[in-house]
Design a protein around this ligand. Structure first.
Ligand code: ADP
Ligand code: MG
Length: 256
């Protein structure tokens, strides 16, 4: 089961990814959680302690590793470097472990010009491909609002591409942009989840605006989740009803 989560900033991607990682681990699955958002904070959403979070070294910041594997210094977009560096030992060496969850943090890649790729992005791209195609764990990937790091072959191996929206047309706009990018590289299993729905929400407008996007469920706005982010508790431990609701949504996809 390989799931990628994306959507506009602040809609709840990391919250959902964190809850999902814990939920599937609780069900006895081995989980590989991937923080692919440059603004990385999946670790605390999973429930790693502050001390553990501080120890994290994102892959993109491991200069020696990048040089060793690609043959070029990070940031050198004009130089020659390997586009298929060795990555298969990276997940076990560089992940943070908690019960049956492994977390890999990709980190921020210096953006080059249009169509330009630098050594660290080549390494991360290859690593993401390896995770999705060759590892046998459940992979949960927390992404930014786009499909960075995903090539066609990787995209084809993703079982569910979940775009999170909140009750607001701006997040739907972002969802549509993402859908277009995703469709361009052949991603088909694109689903939408509404998060932060208030109790009396009249979602008709929102649902109407989703033309062509497949809505698979709605998650409530939860004061407990909001408070958990303030107190440092993981959302999984904070609100069991929210967890149960997300479980239902994922089960309905019937992923293997
Ligand atoms: N269902 C929810 N109810 C209340 N607050 C939520 C809910 N989902 C997420 N949040 C809060 O919204 C903020 C943004 O969530 P986050 O998961 O970090 O979004 P993203 O990763 O998409 O930027 C966080 O403070 C989080 O606790
Ligand atoms: Mg996030």
């Amino acid at each position: 089961m390989k799931i990628a989560i994306t959507g506009k900033g602040g809609v709840g991607k990391t919250t959902l990814a964190g809850v999902l990682a814990r939920l599937l681990a609780e069900k006895g699955k081995k989980v590989l959680a991937v923080d692919a958002d440059p603004d990385a904070n999946l670790a605390s959403a999973i429930g790693f302690s502050e001390d553990e979070v501080e120890k994290i070294e994102p892959i993109a910041s491991l200069k020696d590793l990048i040089k060793e594997r690609t043959g070029a210094e990070p940031g050198q977009s004009g130089s020659f470097f390997s586009m298929n560096p060795k990555v298969d030992d990276i997940p076990d060496k560089y992940s943070l472990n908690k019960d049956s969850i492994k977390l890999l943090v990709m980190g921020a890649v210096e953006k080059g010009g249009v169509g330009c790729i630098c050594p660290e992005s080549a390494l991360i791209r290859q690593l993401v491909k390896h995770l999705v195609i060759a590892r046998d764990e459940v992979v949960i990937m927390d992404m930014e609002a786009g499909i960075e790091h995903l090539g066609r072959a990787t995209a084809e191996a993703v079982d569910a591409f979940i775009i999170v929206i909140e009750p607001g047309l701006r997040s739907v706009q972002t969802a549509k942009t993402i859908k277009k990018l995703a469709a361009d590289i052949g991603i088909e299993n694109i689903y939408v989840v509404i998060n932060k729905a208030s109790p009396g929400l009249d979602a008709k407008n929102l649902v109407d605006s989703l033309s062509g996007l497949k809505l698979i469920g709605t998650l409530p706005s939860s004061p407990k989740i909001q408070e958990s982010d303030l107190s440092g508790l993981s959302p999984y431990d904070a609100d069991k009803d929210f967890v149960a609701k997300l479980d239902e949504i994922i089960e309905s996809l019937d992923l293997k």
